[in-house]
Design a protein around this ligand. Structure first.
Ligand SMILES: [Mn+2]
Length: 310
């Protein structure tokens, strides 16, 4: 069967596998997967520097056909970019991430970055702003508020990621939060930061949860950056993350909200962060890979539906 994809076992010069084992598309790709193997400040379980490789390897076993969307998302053209060079000072590496994001977005491509620890997010968001994106909102799926001003002596700790995003003056919506400090709770209350708490996932019937999400989403700008910290998921769904927290979202709860997000907003870029692979636990790597595949499918749902079958 001709899928329109390029099922070669392409390995880039970097030695990293490509997303879905796709070769460089013949036509101009519209989506770009950017590996960002950055890990400097993880607090407990380490290993997020291996996240991109694990996700990309697992993606080779994701079915190209999406049974929900009835399309093969890869048909829109997905290129796996060389990984961001993470050697050097914090400042220089973070600047490199911003530059990579900016370059991808200036080409009009959808950016799908794969971390790495959550620190990569503010750098990538910065790149989106540098690309001239006006009125950007940031949607965060996460167990943790990540609103510390500094942590362990640096403002570029993964526990400060959303604080750095707020520093950029951008409106946010946080989903799945169930772990934070008192100062973070005070900040959320004082600044009325929009949040859906993880407990609400359990307490609310699904239509009410989705209505709540729609309502909060409506107050964000039309153009959105999505950051998905994999510890959003309950550890029974995805245990391979540095700081797992009980009481997280399920696979279908995540998909339900992501589908609405991509329908209602122009999502120009996203990241999937904090995968810390556990040897022998393929489920986490695979879940992360499939999540990225689902998001690209949601993002280009209309374009994909319009493509003739070959
Ligand atoms: Mn986080």
């Amino acid at each position: 069967m001709q899928t329109g994809c390029y099922a070669a076992a392409a390995m880039r010069d970097s030695g990293l596998p490509t997303f879905l084992r796709l070769d460089v598309p013949a036509a101009e790709p519209v989506a770009a997967v950017l590996p960002v193997p950055y890990e400097r400040t993880t607090s407990w379980g380490r290993g997020t520097e291996n996240g991109p490789e694990a996700l990309l390897l697992a993606s080779h076993y994701v079915e190209l056909y999406d049974e929900e969307l009835e399309v093969e998302p890869c048909r829109i053209g997905i290129e796996t970019l060389p990984p961001v060079d993470v050697e050097g000072s914090d400042e220089s590496v973070l600047r490199r991430m911003s530059a990579a994001a900016e370059a991808t977005l200036r080409k009009g491509r959808f950016l799908a970055a794969v971390g790495g620890e959550h620190t990569v997010t503010p750098a990538l968001v910065r790149g989106a702003l540098d690309a001239g994106t006006p009125d950007l909102g940031v949607v965060q799926f996460d167990a943790h508020a990540d609103l510390r001003q500094t942590y362990r002596g640096t403002p570029w700790n993964h526990a400060c990621a959303m604080s750095r995003v707020l520093d950029l003056g951008l409106p946010t919506l946080a989903v799945g939060i169930r772990s934070l400090t008192r100062p973070e709770a005070v900040r959320i209350a004082n600044e009325s930061l929009p949040i859906i708490w993880a407990e609400q996932f359990d307490a609310l019937p699904r239509p009410e949860l989705e209505a709540l999400f729609d309502g909060l989403l409506a107050s964000l700008p039309d153009t959105v950056y999505l950051t998905f910290d994999l510890d959003f998921f309950d550890p029974s769904v995805l245990p391979a993350t540095g700081t797992p927290e009980p009481g997280g979202g399920t696979w279908y709860q995540a998909l339900g909200l992501l589908r609405r997000l991509f329908e209602r907003k122009r999502v120009i870029a996203m990241d999937v962060v904090e995968l810390a692979p556990i040897p022998g636990n393929a489920a986490s790597d695979f879940t992360a890979a499939k999540l990225l595949h689902k998001c690209i499918g949601y993002r280009f749902r209309r374009e994909l539906a319009g493509m003739a079958e070959t």
